[in-house]
Design a protein around this ligand. Structure first.
Ligand code: ZN
Ligand code: ZN
Length: 402
């Protein structure tokens, strides 16, 4: 029934391959990090304008554009645009020309695929039975760029009904160009950074009774964290409270005035996250009381767990089988990592789905994983990602026409 649409979308995406490569390699050559992505935004904005869009700035460093004739439901497609603070040693001929910055997470691939989808959808706007909203985000790795765009209104005007993202993966022994379909429910852990700053009263180490010891406090807090029981919660098994750094003092015979520790919490639900956060505050307070110090607890960075909506997953899984047949496969249970993804901010607000696009078979020489300065990505997957964006948007809007 949808054969005609399938072949139109696949051949349009295949024909676009040289352009996808041009976009991707340009972005790869000139990576920018965090929210400081002015040149990248300018490039994406200009490319969208050439296609006939009126791109709008959203939040501090995001861009949006709309395809469709107005009215109907809204399907959001998202790409992130930021790179990592790494010095590239991948050996690619189009390696980074911005020192200390590299597209090592494949966000250049994401941006190119979404530009490709925007181009095809604009050329076939008559097929869109509703509206497609494009979300180009900065600061995924470091600054919760998705949250910033939500504050900036990306999910409103027109209100988004469903959302989708694709992340590439490299360095695994799977042929490139396959879509891995997640299970429904929680697919990444939520993560929260915590920082405890302890202030006391320093002095000579030979007279600890005259001091309020921040080092002793920090040690007691660290041990106390072991007793925070989050294992009772449904998802207790995957939950973690870990400390990554402790600092305090300069030499052996001075008790310092202050000390600090920083760590991370990983959980699958917000309820467990709340339990962990409360636990840390309680432990810190108790320890500070014992040593007559003050402990200030902060949670400077929080990303919720990403949720895949069962209803959207069911429909899009069907679309992917129409489009890709055997190349759309379910992720084997247990293959999920403990990483975070800030699209989670979208996924807890509107029904969302996320797919993984295999883009580097370790058996074909794509040996290094994302976030490695040696990471390389297989560009042959680009038309697949573009086609998935286009096809899912058109089909979902067809199935949800008013
Ligand atoms: Zn990353
Ligand atoms: Zn990423």
């Amino acid at each position: 029934m949808h054969k005609e649409l399938v072949s139109m979308v696949r051949s349009a995406a295949d024909r676009l391959k040289p352009q996808l490569l041009t976009w991707r390699r340009h972005l790869h050559r000139f990576p920018e990090t965090g929210m400081e992505t002015e040149e990248t935004q300018r490039y994406v904005r200009e490319e969208l304008k050439k296609m006939g869009y009126v791109p709008r700035k959203c939040g501090r460093a995001g861009l949006t554009a709309l395809a469709g004739k107005g009215g109907g439901k809204v399907y959001l497609l998202r790409a992130d645009m930021d790179a990592l603070p790494l010095t590239e040693v991948s050996g690619e001929e189009f390696s980074s020309e911005n020192p200390g910055k590299m597209h090592a997470c494949g966000h250049d691939m994401h941006t190119a695929m979404l530009l490709g989808a925007a181009k095809i959808l604009k050329e076939h706007e008559d097929l869109i039975e509703g509206q497609v909203k494009f979300m180009f985000e900065s600061g995924e790795e470091s600054d919760n760029g998705a949250e910033d765009m939500i504050v900036g209104g990306v999910l409103e005007n027109p209100a988004v009904d469903a959302a989708q993202m694709i992340h590439v993966v490299t360095g695994i022994p799977v042929p490139a160009g396959r879509i891995l379909i997640p299970p429904k429910g929680t697919v990444t852990t939520g993560s929260c950074t915590f920082r405890v700053t302890v202030t006391g009263k320093g002095g000579h180490a030979s007279m600890p009774e005259r001091c309020n010891d921040p080092l002793a406090t920090v040690c007691r807090i660290r041990c106390g964290l072991e007793e925070i029981d989050i294992s009772d919660a449904d998802d207790g098994e995957g939950s973690v409270i870990a400390v990554g750094q402790i600092h305090g003092g300069k030499t052996h015979n001075i008790i310092p005035d202050a000390a600090m520790m920083e760590g991370t919490i990983r959980t699958k639900t917000t309820e467990t996250m709340d339990l962990a956060m409360e636990g840390i505050c309680r432990v810190a307070e108790t320890a500070a009381e014992v040593y007559r110090t003050q402990a200030r607890v902060e949670f400077p960075k929080f990303i919720p767990a990403m949720v895949v909506d069962g209803t959207i997953l069911d429909s899009t899984e069907g679309y992917l089988r129409e489009l890709l047949g055997e190349d759309a496969v379910r992720i084997p249970a247990g293959m999920q990592g403990g990483g975070s993804e800030d699209f989670a901010f979208v996924s807890v607000r509107v029904p969302s789905v996320t797919f993984i696009l295999t883009s580097g078979n370790s058996e074909d020489g794509f040996d290094h994983p994302a976030h490695s300065p040696k990471a390389r990505f297989d560009e042959s997957s680009l038309p697949v990602g573009t086609a998935v964006h286009v096809y899912n948007a058109i089909r979902w809007l067809q199935d949800h026409r008013p």
